[in-house]
Write a protein that binds this ligand. Structure first.
Ligand code: GDP
Length: 471
Protein backbone atom coordinates (compact mmCIF):
# COMPACT_ATOMS: atom_id res chain seq x y z
CA UNK A 1 0.00 0.00 0.00
CA UNK A 2 1.36 3.46 -0.88
CA UNK A 3 1.72 6.30 1.63
CA UNK A 4 -1.03 8.28 0.01
CA UNK A 5 -3.52 5.63 1.05
CA UNK A 6 -2.82 6.15 4.72
CA UNK A 7 -5.50 8.80 5.25
CA UNK A 8 -8.32 6.76 3.89
CA UNK A 9 -7.02 3.82 5.83
CA UNK A 10 -7.22 5.66 9.14
CA UNK A 11 -10.77 6.53 8.26
CA UNK A 12 -11.61 2.94 7.50
CA UNK A 13 -10.16 1.91 10.85
CA UNK A 14 -12.75 3.98 12.64
CA UNK A 15 -15.42 1.60 11.39
CA UNK A 16 -16.32 -1.00 13.96
CA UNK A 17 -14.97 -4.23 12.51
CA UNK A 18 -16.98 -6.37 14.90
CA UNK A 19 -20.13 -5.30 13.13
CA UNK A 20 -19.07 -7.12 9.98
CA UNK A 21 -19.59 -10.84 10.14
CA UNK A 22 -17.58 -13.56 8.48
CA UNK A 23 -18.86 -14.63 5.05
CA UNK A 24 -20.10 -18.24 5.10
CA UNK A 25 -18.58 -20.49 2.43
CA UNK A 26 -19.91 -23.86 1.24
CA UNK A 27 -18.12 -26.36 -0.99
CA UNK A 28 -20.10 -28.21 -3.66
CA UNK A 29 -19.31 -30.56 -6.54
CA UNK A 30 -19.46 -34.09 -7.89
CA UNK A 31 -18.36 -37.00 -5.71
CA UNK A 32 -14.59 -37.61 -5.74
CA UNK A 33 -13.80 -34.30 -7.42
CA UNK A 34 -11.92 -33.24 -4.27
CA UNK A 35 -14.31 -31.27 -2.04
CA UNK A 36 -13.09 -32.85 1.20
CA UNK A 37 -9.44 -32.65 0.15
CA UNK A 38 -9.77 -28.98 -0.71
CA UNK A 39 -11.39 -28.17 2.63
CA UNK A 40 -8.71 -30.21 4.40
CA UNK A 41 -6.00 -28.36 2.51
CA UNK A 42 -7.42 -24.96 3.43
CA UNK A 43 -7.91 -26.01 7.06
CA UNK A 44 -4.49 -27.65 7.16
CA UNK A 45 -2.75 -24.59 5.71
CA UNK A 46 -4.57 -22.42 8.22
CA UNK A 47 -3.42 -24.58 11.12
CA UNK A 48 0.17 -24.56 9.86
CA UNK A 49 0.17 -20.80 9.36
CA UNK A 50 -1.65 -19.96 12.55
CA UNK A 51 -0.14 -19.82 16.00
CA UNK A 52 -1.79 -22.29 18.36
CA UNK A 53 -5.30 -21.14 19.12
CA UNK A 54 -5.57 -18.82 16.15
CA UNK A 55 -8.13 -21.05 14.51
CA UNK A 56 -11.40 -20.83 16.38
CA UNK A 57 -13.09 -24.12 16.95
CA UNK A 58 -16.59 -24.28 15.62
CA UNK A 59 -19.33 -26.83 15.39
CA UNK A 60 -19.76 -27.84 11.76
CA UNK A 61 -17.57 -25.07 10.43
CA UNK A 62 -14.01 -23.75 10.41
CA UNK A 63 -13.29 -20.07 10.77
CA UNK A 64 -10.14 -18.87 9.04
CA UNK A 65 -9.31 -15.33 10.20
CA UNK A 66 -8.12 -12.66 7.81
CA UNK A 67 -4.53 -12.57 9.09
CA UNK A 68 -4.14 -16.30 8.44
CA UNK A 69 -5.75 -16.02 5.00
CA UNK A 70 -3.31 -13.27 4.25
CA UNK A 71 -0.36 -15.38 5.45
CA UNK A 72 -1.47 -18.29 3.25
CA UNK A 73 -2.22 -16.07 0.27
CA UNK A 74 0.94 -13.94 0.60
CA UNK A 75 0.96 -10.91 -1.68
CA UNK A 76 -2.46 -11.77 -3.01
CA UNK A 77 -4.25 -10.68 0.16
CA UNK A 78 -3.09 -7.52 1.88
CA UNK A 79 -4.93 -7.42 5.23
CA UNK A 80 -5.07 -3.62 5.07
CA UNK A 81 -7.38 -3.84 2.09
CA UNK A 82 -10.02 -5.79 3.99
CA UNK A 83 -12.25 -5.22 6.93
CA UNK A 84 -14.13 -8.49 6.80
CA UNK A 85 -12.89 -10.75 9.60
CA UNK A 86 -12.11 -13.81 7.44
CA UNK A 87 -14.05 -16.74 6.03
CA UNK A 88 -16.20 -19.39 7.71
CA UNK A 89 -16.08 -22.70 5.86
CA UNK A 90 -18.93 -25.16 6.35
CA UNK A 91 -17.17 -28.44 7.18
CA UNK A 92 -19.54 -30.85 5.48
CA UNK A 93 -19.11 -30.51 1.74
CA UNK A 94 -21.78 -31.31 -0.82
CA UNK A 95 -24.98 -29.74 -1.97
CA UNK A 96 -26.90 -31.68 0.58
CA UNK A 97 -25.50 -29.63 3.42
CA UNK A 98 -25.81 -26.54 1.25
CA UNK A 99 -29.55 -27.02 0.82
CA UNK A 100 -29.93 -27.77 4.53
CA UNK A 101 -28.28 -24.51 5.35
CA UNK A 102 -31.11 -22.36 4.42
CA UNK A 103 -31.83 -18.94 5.76
CA UNK A 104 -34.96 -16.98 5.20
CA UNK A 105 -35.45 -16.51 1.48
CA UNK A 106 -32.40 -18.34 0.25
CA UNK A 107 -29.20 -20.13 0.96
CA UNK A 108 -27.39 -19.60 4.20
CA UNK A 109 -23.99 -19.78 2.55
CA UNK A 110 -22.88 -16.43 1.17
CA UNK A 111 -20.41 -17.90 -1.30
CA UNK A 112 -19.87 -21.35 -2.77
CA UNK A 113 -16.87 -23.10 -4.21
CA UNK A 114 -17.87 -25.47 -6.98
CA UNK A 115 -15.16 -28.12 -7.28
CA UNK A 116 -14.65 -29.64 -10.73
CA UNK A 117 -12.03 -32.29 -11.46
CA UNK A 118 -10.09 -31.06 -14.51
CA UNK A 119 -9.83 -34.60 -15.86
CA UNK A 120 -13.43 -35.54 -15.29
CA UNK A 121 -15.11 -32.25 -16.17
CA UNK A 122 -18.81 -31.69 -15.58
CA UNK A 123 -20.66 -34.62 -14.03
CA UNK A 124 -24.30 -35.05 -12.95
CA UNK A 125 -23.74 -33.70 -9.45
CA UNK A 126 -21.86 -30.73 -10.89
CA UNK A 127 -24.98 -29.88 -12.86
CA UNK A 128 -27.19 -30.49 -9.87
CA UNK A 129 -25.03 -28.19 -7.75
CA UNK A 130 -25.15 -25.52 -10.47
CA UNK A 131 -28.91 -25.77 -10.53
CA UNK A 132 -29.08 -25.22 -6.80
CA UNK A 133 -26.64 -22.30 -6.99
CA UNK A 134 -28.67 -20.76 -9.77
CA UNK A 135 -31.91 -21.04 -7.84
CA UNK A 136 -30.46 -19.68 -4.64
CA UNK A 137 -28.56 -16.97 -6.54
CA UNK A 138 -25.43 -17.70 -4.58
CA UNK A 139 -22.25 -16.24 -6.04
CA UNK A 140 -19.66 -18.95 -6.61
CA UNK A 141 -16.17 -19.65 -7.80
CA UNK A 142 -15.11 -22.76 -9.69
CA UNK A 143 -12.10 -24.59 -8.31
CA UNK A 144 -10.74 -26.54 -11.28
CA UNK A 145 -9.10 -29.20 -9.14
CA UNK A 146 -6.34 -31.81 -9.53
CA UNK A 147 -4.16 -29.68 -11.81
CA UNK A 148 -1.17 -31.59 -10.44
CA UNK A 149 -2.34 -34.55 -12.52
CA UNK A 150 -2.12 -32.59 -15.76
CA UNK A 151 1.43 -32.33 -17.05
CA UNK A 152 2.91 -28.97 -17.81
CA UNK A 153 1.11 -26.81 -15.29
CA UNK A 154 3.39 -23.88 -15.03
CA UNK A 155 1.62 -20.97 -13.48
CA UNK A 156 3.86 -18.24 -12.18
CA UNK A 157 3.32 -18.35 -8.45
CA UNK A 158 3.73 -14.63 -8.12
CA UNK A 159 1.10 -13.89 -10.69
CA UNK A 160 -1.02 -11.12 -9.22
CA UNK A 161 -4.70 -11.73 -9.10
CA UNK A 162 -5.55 -9.09 -11.67
CA UNK A 163 -2.78 -9.99 -14.12
CA UNK A 164 -3.85 -10.17 -17.71
CA UNK A 165 -3.46 -13.46 -19.33
CA UNK A 166 -0.62 -13.56 -21.83
CA UNK A 167 -1.41 -15.99 -24.61
CA UNK A 168 2.21 -15.92 -25.76
CA UNK A 169 3.48 -17.18 -22.44
CA UNK A 170 3.55 -20.79 -21.42
CA UNK A 171 1.78 -20.21 -18.16
CA UNK A 172 -0.65 -23.00 -18.79
CA UNK A 173 0.00 -26.08 -20.77
CA UNK A 174 -2.22 -26.77 -23.72
CA UNK A 175 -3.77 -29.83 -22.14
CA UNK A 176 -4.72 -27.99 -19.03
CA UNK A 177 -5.87 -25.12 -21.19
CA UNK A 178 -8.19 -27.49 -22.97
CA UNK A 179 -9.65 -28.80 -19.73
CA UNK A 180 -10.10 -25.32 -18.33
CA UNK A 181 -11.76 -24.01 -21.48
CA UNK A 182 -14.03 -27.02 -21.53
CA UNK A 183 -15.16 -26.14 -18.01
CA UNK A 184 -15.69 -22.52 -19.07
CA UNK A 185 -17.71 -23.78 -22.06
CA UNK A 186 -19.80 -26.03 -19.85
CA UNK A 187 -20.54 -23.14 -17.52
CA UNK A 188 -21.59 -21.06 -20.46
CA UNK A 189 -23.92 -23.86 -21.63
CA UNK A 190 -25.58 -23.59 -18.23
CA UNK A 191 -26.04 -19.86 -18.64
CA UNK A 192 -23.06 -18.60 -16.66
CA UNK A 193 -20.55 -16.22 -18.11
CA UNK A 194 -17.22 -17.54 -16.88
CA UNK A 195 -13.53 -17.04 -17.43
CA UNK A 196 -10.14 -17.82 -15.97
CA UNK A 197 -10.07 -15.86 -12.73
CA UNK A 198 -7.23 -13.55 -13.65
CA UNK A 199 -9.26 -12.21 -16.53
CA UNK A 200 -12.42 -11.62 -14.53
CA UNK A 201 -13.09 -8.00 -13.66
CA UNK A 202 -16.36 -8.43 -11.80
CA UNK A 203 -16.71 -11.64 -9.81
CA UNK A 204 -20.36 -10.96 -9.16
CA UNK A 205 -21.23 -10.97 -12.84
CA UNK A 206 -18.70 -13.52 -14.05
CA UNK A 207 -17.75 -16.86 -12.60
CA UNK A 208 -14.01 -17.07 -12.01
CA UNK A 209 -12.36 -20.40 -12.70
CA UNK A 210 -9.36 -20.98 -10.42
CA UNK A 211 -7.03 -23.86 -11.27
CA UNK A 212 -6.06 -25.58 -8.00
CA UNK A 213 -4.59 -28.72 -6.56
CA UNK A 214 -6.03 -29.82 -3.26
CA UNK A 215 -3.10 -32.21 -3.12
CA UNK A 216 -0.16 -29.81 -3.52
CA UNK A 217 -1.99 -26.67 -2.42
CA UNK A 218 -1.20 -24.88 -5.64
CA UNK A 219 -3.85 -22.30 -6.48
CA UNK A 220 -5.26 -22.31 -2.93
CA UNK A 221 -3.86 -18.80 -2.23
CA UNK A 222 -5.53 -17.57 -5.41
CA UNK A 223 -8.81 -19.22 -4.46
CA UNK A 224 -8.75 -17.57 -1.03
CA UNK A 225 -7.84 -14.23 -2.58
CA UNK A 226 -10.69 -14.41 -5.07
CA UNK A 227 -13.15 -15.26 -2.29
CA UNK A 228 -11.95 -12.43 -0.07
CA UNK A 229 -12.10 -10.00 -2.99
CA UNK A 230 -15.59 -11.09 -3.93
CA UNK A 231 -16.85 -10.76 -0.35
CA UNK A 232 -15.16 -7.48 0.34
CA UNK A 233 -16.19 -5.83 -2.88
CA UNK A 234 -19.70 -7.05 -3.45
CA UNK A 235 -21.05 -8.58 -0.28
CA UNK A 236 -19.98 -6.29 2.50
CA UNK A 237 -23.41 -4.83 3.03
CA UNK A 238 -24.85 -8.27 3.62
CA UNK A 239 -22.19 -8.88 6.25
CA UNK A 240 -23.21 -5.93 8.36
CA UNK A 241 -24.80 -7.19 11.54
CA UNK A 242 -25.82 -5.87 14.88
CA UNK A 243 -23.50 -7.78 17.16
CA UNK A 244 -25.69 -7.21 20.17
CA UNK A 245 -28.88 -8.16 18.36
CA UNK A 246 -30.77 -11.40 19.02
CA UNK A 247 -29.21 -14.40 17.29
CA UNK A 248 -30.67 -15.82 14.08
CA UNK A 249 -29.53 -19.15 12.71
CA UNK A 250 -30.32 -22.46 11.07
CA UNK A 251 -30.24 -25.97 12.51
CA UNK A 252 -27.48 -28.02 10.87
CA UNK A 253 -28.09 -31.24 12.75
CA UNK A 254 -30.12 -32.60 15.63
CA UNK A 255 -27.92 -34.84 17.80
CA UNK A 256 -28.13 -36.85 20.99
CA UNK A 257 -25.21 -35.81 23.21
CA UNK A 258 -24.21 -37.70 26.32
CA UNK A 259 -25.07 -35.70 29.41
CA UNK A 260 -27.05 -33.12 27.43
CA UNK A 261 -29.83 -35.11 25.74
CA UNK A 262 -30.99 -33.86 22.33
CA UNK A 263 -28.95 -30.92 21.17
CA UNK A 264 -28.95 -28.87 17.98
CA UNK A 265 -25.88 -27.86 16.01
CA UNK A 266 -26.62 -24.48 14.52
CA UNK A 267 -24.99 -21.99 12.21
CA UNK A 268 -25.58 -18.50 13.50
CA UNK A 269 -25.64 -15.91 10.75
CA UNK A 270 -26.87 -12.85 12.59
CA UNK A 271 -26.66 -11.37 16.09
CA UNK A 272 -25.54 -13.25 19.18
CA UNK A 273 -26.75 -16.15 21.27
CA UNK A 274 -26.13 -16.27 25.04
CA UNK A 275 -26.17 -19.06 27.57
CA UNK A 276 -29.26 -17.70 29.32
CA UNK A 277 -31.33 -16.93 26.21
CA UNK A 278 -34.83 -18.11 25.42
CA UNK A 279 -34.86 -19.53 21.90
CA UNK A 280 -37.46 -20.61 19.37
CA UNK A 281 -36.50 -23.57 17.19
CA UNK A 282 -38.45 -24.94 14.22
CA UNK A 283 -39.93 -28.34 15.08
CA UNK A 284 -41.77 -31.14 13.27
CA UNK A 285 -45.12 -29.82 14.42
CA UNK A 286 -44.88 -26.42 15.97
CA UNK A 287 -42.08 -24.06 16.93
CA UNK A 288 -40.29 -25.22 20.09
CA UNK A 289 -39.83 -22.59 22.79
CA UNK A 290 -36.98 -23.43 25.14
CA UNK A 291 -34.20 -22.01 27.31
CA UNK A 292 -30.54 -22.49 26.40
CA UNK A 293 -28.95 -24.77 28.98
CA UNK A 294 -25.45 -24.59 27.52
CA UNK A 295 -23.63 -23.29 24.48
CA UNK A 296 -20.96 -25.80 23.52
CA UNK A 297 -17.96 -25.51 21.28
CA UNK A 298 -15.44 -28.25 20.58
CA UNK A 299 -12.37 -28.33 22.78
CA UNK A 300 -8.96 -28.25 21.13
CA UNK A 301 -7.91 -31.85 20.42
CA UNK A 302 -5.12 -31.84 23.00
CA UNK A 303 -7.53 -31.26 25.88
CA UNK A 304 -10.10 -33.84 24.96
CA UNK A 305 -8.53 -36.79 26.71
CA UNK A 306 -9.10 -35.43 30.17
CA UNK A 307 -12.33 -33.54 29.80
CA UNK A 308 -15.56 -33.50 27.88
CA UNK A 309 -15.36 -32.95 24.14
CA UNK A 310 -17.00 -29.60 24.63
CA UNK A 311 -16.28 -26.37 26.30
CA UNK A 312 -19.10 -24.20 27.61
CA UNK A 313 -19.17 -20.62 26.40
CA UNK A 314 -21.33 -17.72 27.56
CA UNK A 315 -21.90 -16.01 24.26
CA UNK A 316 -21.28 -16.47 20.54
CA UNK A 317 -21.61 -13.90 17.77
CA UNK A 318 -22.30 -14.45 14.07
CA UNK A 319 -21.05 -15.99 11.92
CA UNK A 320 -20.38 -19.12 13.95
CA UNK A 321 -21.19 -22.78 14.33
CA UNK A 322 -22.26 -23.76 17.84
CA UNK A 323 -23.99 -26.60 19.66
CA UNK A 324 -27.03 -25.60 21.71
CA UNK A 325 -28.10 -27.81 24.60
CA UNK A 326 -31.66 -27.11 25.73
CA UNK A 327 -34.68 -29.06 26.97
CA UNK A 328 -37.44 -30.22 24.59
CA UNK A 329 -35.39 -30.33 21.39
CA UNK A 330 -36.64 -33.81 20.44
CA UNK A 331 -38.79 -32.48 17.60
CA UNK A 332 -36.24 -30.06 16.16
CA UNK A 333 -35.61 -30.38 12.44
CA UNK A 334 -32.40 -30.00 10.48
CA UNK A 335 -32.77 -27.00 8.23
CA UNK A 336 -35.26 -25.28 10.54
CA UNK A 337 -34.80 -21.73 11.78
CA UNK A 338 -33.48 -20.80 15.24
CA UNK A 339 -34.21 -17.43 16.78
CA UNK A 340 -33.18 -15.86 20.04
CA UNK A 341 -35.94 -14.08 21.94
CA UNK A 342 -34.39 -10.89 23.23
CA UNK A 343 -35.80 -7.35 23.24
CA UNK A 344 -38.92 -8.70 21.55
CA UNK A 345 -42.09 -10.50 22.52
CA UNK A 346 -42.08 -14.27 22.44
CA UNK A 347 -45.27 -14.26 20.37
CA UNK A 348 -43.64 -12.21 17.68
CA UNK A 349 -40.68 -14.56 17.40
CA UNK A 350 -42.85 -17.70 17.43
CA UNK A 351 -44.95 -16.13 14.70
CA UNK A 352 -41.82 -15.45 12.65
CA UNK A 353 -40.52 -18.98 13.00
CA UNK A 354 -43.92 -20.37 12.08
CA UNK A 355 -44.05 -18.13 9.02
CA UNK A 356 -40.59 -19.21 7.98
CA UNK A 357 -41.51 -22.87 8.33
CA UNK A 358 -44.64 -22.29 6.25
CA UNK A 359 -42.48 -20.53 3.70
CA UNK A 360 -40.30 -23.62 3.35
CA UNK A 361 -43.27 -25.99 3.32
CA UNK A 362 -43.76 -27.82 0.05
CA UNK A 363 -46.97 -27.29 -1.93
CA UNK A 364 -48.87 -30.53 -2.19
CA UNK A 365 -51.61 -31.71 -4.55
CA UNK A 366 -54.67 -33.93 -3.99
CA UNK A 367 -52.89 -36.77 -5.68
CA UNK A 368 -49.26 -37.65 -6.14
CA UNK A 369 -46.30 -39.43 -4.63
CA UNK A 370 -45.14 -39.28 -1.02
CA UNK A 371 -41.78 -37.57 -0.49
CA UNK A 372 -39.56 -37.95 2.56
CA UNK A 373 -36.22 -36.24 3.13
CA UNK A 374 -33.79 -35.77 5.99
CA UNK A 375 -33.90 -31.99 6.18
CA UNK A 376 -36.23 -29.15 5.24
CA UNK A 377 -33.78 -27.88 2.67
CA UNK A 378 -33.40 -31.22 0.95
CA UNK A 379 -37.17 -31.68 0.99
CA UNK A 380 -37.45 -28.38 -0.80
CA UNK A 381 -34.78 -29.38 -3.32
CA UNK A 382 -36.63 -32.66 -3.94
CA UNK A 383 -39.90 -30.81 -4.44
CA UNK A 384 -38.29 -28.43 -6.94
CA UNK A 385 -36.77 -31.32 -8.88
CA UNK A 386 -40.06 -33.24 -8.91
CA UNK A 387 -41.89 -30.14 -10.04
CA UNK A 388 -39.50 -29.88 -12.96
CA UNK A 389 -40.06 -33.56 -13.76
CA UNK A 390 -43.84 -32.90 -13.54
CA UNK A 391 -44.36 -35.41 -10.76
CA UNK A 392 -47.06 -34.24 -8.32
CA UNK A 393 -46.59 -34.64 -4.55
CA UNK A 394 -49.39 -35.56 -2.15
CA UNK A 395 -47.34 -35.41 1.02
CA UNK A 396 -43.86 -34.08 1.80
CA UNK A 397 -42.25 -34.51 5.19
CA UNK A 398 -38.92 -34.63 6.98
CA UNK A 399 -38.10 -38.03 8.47
CA UNK A 400 -37.65 -41.74 7.71
CA UNK A 401 -40.22 -43.67 5.68
CA UNK A 402 -42.82 -44.72 8.27
CA UNK A 403 -45.94 -46.94 8.18
CA UNK A 404 -48.26 -43.94 7.92
CA UNK A 405 -46.51 -42.91 4.71
CA UNK A 406 -47.41 -46.31 3.30
CA UNK A 407 -51.04 -45.76 4.32
CA UNK A 408 -51.11 -42.50 2.38
CA UNK A 409 -49.36 -43.94 -0.69
CA UNK A 410 -51.53 -47.06 -0.79
CA UNK A 411 -54.70 -45.01 -1.20
CA UNK A 412 -53.53 -43.50 -4.51
CA UNK A 413 -55.77 -44.47 -7.40
CA UNK A 414 -53.06 -44.24 -10.01
CA UNK A 415 -50.62 -47.11 -9.49
CA UNK A 416 -47.63 -44.94 -10.42
CA UNK A 417 -48.51 -42.75 -7.47
CA UNK A 418 -48.45 -45.65 -5.05
CA UNK A 419 -44.86 -44.70 -4.45
CA UNK A 420 -42.62 -43.11 -1.86
CA UNK A 421 -39.45 -41.23 -2.77
CA UNK A 422 -37.05 -40.96 0.15
CA UNK A 423 -33.98 -38.74 -0.07
CA UNK A 424 -31.22 -39.49 2.42
CA UNK A 425 -33.59 -41.35 4.74
CA UNK A 426 -34.06 -44.90 5.97
CA UNK A 427 -37.16 -47.04 5.79
CA UNK A 428 -38.47 -48.26 9.14
CA UNK A 429 -38.83 -52.04 9.10
CA UNK A 430 -42.57 -51.88 9.85
CA UNK A 431 -42.96 -49.64 6.85
CA UNK A 432 -41.04 -52.05 4.66
CA UNK A 433 -43.37 -54.90 5.59
CA UNK A 434 -46.44 -52.75 5.06
CA UNK A 435 -45.18 -51.60 1.69
CA UNK A 436 -44.86 -55.16 0.51
CA UNK A 437 -48.33 -56.16 1.57
CA UNK A 438 -49.91 -52.91 0.34
CA UNK A 439 -48.08 -52.93 -2.98
CA UNK A 440 -46.36 -49.59 -2.43
CA UNK A 441 -42.97 -49.00 -4.06
CA UNK A 442 -40.30 -47.29 -1.98
CA UNK A 443 -37.37 -45.56 -3.68
CA UNK A 444 -34.48 -44.22 -1.61
CA UNK A 445 -31.23 -42.64 -2.72
CA UNK A 446 -28.61 -40.10 -1.69
CA UNK A 447 -28.59 -38.33 -5.03
CA UNK A 448 -31.70 -36.45 -6.09
CA UNK A 449 -31.37 -36.93 -9.83
CA UNK A 450 -30.73 -40.65 -9.43
CA UNK A 451 -33.75 -41.01 -7.20
CA UNK A 452 -35.98 -39.28 -9.71
CA UNK A 453 -34.46 -41.21 -12.59
CA UNK A 454 -35.16 -44.48 -10.80
CA UNK A 455 -38.74 -43.46 -10.27
CA UNK A 456 -39.16 -42.34 -13.87
CA UNK A 457 -37.81 -45.65 -15.15
CA UNK A 458 -40.26 -47.45 -12.92
CA UNK A 459 -43.14 -45.38 -14.26
CA UNK A 460 -42.02 -46.07 -17.83
CA UNK A 461 -41.94 -49.82 -17.20
CA UNK A 462 -45.32 -49.63 -15.52
CA UNK A 463 -46.85 -47.78 -18.45
CA UNK A 464 -45.31 -50.20 -20.92
CA UNK A 465 -46.72 -53.15 -18.99
CA UNK A 466 -50.15 -51.50 -18.88
CA UNK A 467 -50.09 -50.90 -22.62
CA UNK A 468 -49.07 -54.50 -23.23
CA UNK A 469 -52.08 -55.72 -21.29
CA UNK A 470 -54.40 -53.43 -23.23
CA UNK A 471 -53.00 -54.67 -26.56
P1 GDP B 1 -14.96 -35.51 -2.58
O1 GDP B 1 -15.78 -36.75 -2.74
O2 GDP B 1 -15.35 -34.47 -3.58
O3 GDP B 1 -14.94 -34.96 -1.19
O4 GDP B 1 -13.46 -35.91 -3.00
P2 GDP B 1 -12.21 -36.25 -2.07
O5 GDP B 1 -11.66 -35.02 -1.47
O6 GDP B 1 -12.55 -37.36 -1.18
O7 GDP B 1 -11.17 -36.71 -3.19
C1 GDP B 1 -11.39 -37.85 -3.99
C2 GDP B 1 -10.05 -38.44 -4.40
O8 GDP B 1 -9.33 -37.53 -5.21
C3 GDP B 1 -9.17 -38.75 -3.21
O9 GDP B 1 -8.49 -39.95 -3.47
C4 GDP B 1 -8.19 -37.59 -3.19
O10 GDP B 1 -6.96 -37.95 -2.64
C5 GDP B 1 -8.06 -37.26 -4.66
N1 GDP B 1 -7.75 -35.83 -4.86
C6 GDP B 1 -8.45 -34.79 -4.40
N2 GDP B 1 -7.89 -33.64 -4.80
C7 GDP B 1 -6.80 -33.96 -5.52
C8 GDP B 1 -5.80 -33.20 -6.22
O11 GDP B 1 -5.78 -31.97 -6.27
N3 GDP B 1 -4.85 -33.92 -6.89
C9 GDP B 1 -4.84 -35.27 -6.89
N4 GDP B 1 -3.85 -35.87 -7.57
N5 GDP B 1 -5.74 -36.00 -6.25
C10 GDP B 1 -6.72 -35.37 -5.58
Amino acid sequence: MSDTDTDTDTESNSRDPTSLRTPIVAVLGHVDHGKTSLLDKIRGSAVIEGEAGAITQHIGATAVPLDIISTIAGDLVDPDDFDLPGLLFIDTPGHHSFTTLRSRGGALADIAILVVDVNDGFQPQTLEALDILKRSQTPFIVAANKIDTVPGWNVNEDMPINATYDAQSDRVSSRLDESLYKIIGNLSDEGFSADLYWRVQNFQRNVGVVPVSAMTGEGVPDLLAVMMGLSQRYMKEEMEIDVTGPGVGTVLEVKEEKGFGKTVDIVLYDGTIRADDTVVVGGQNDPIVTEVRALLQPRPLAEIRTESRFEKVDEVGAAAGIKVAAPDLGDAMAGAPVRVVRNRSLDEVVHEVRAELADIAVDTADEGVVVKADTLGSLEAMADALDEAEVPIVRAEVGDVAPRDISVASTAEDSKQQAILGFNVDTLSDAERRAESDDVKIFTDQVIYQLIEEYEEYVEDLEKAQQDTIL
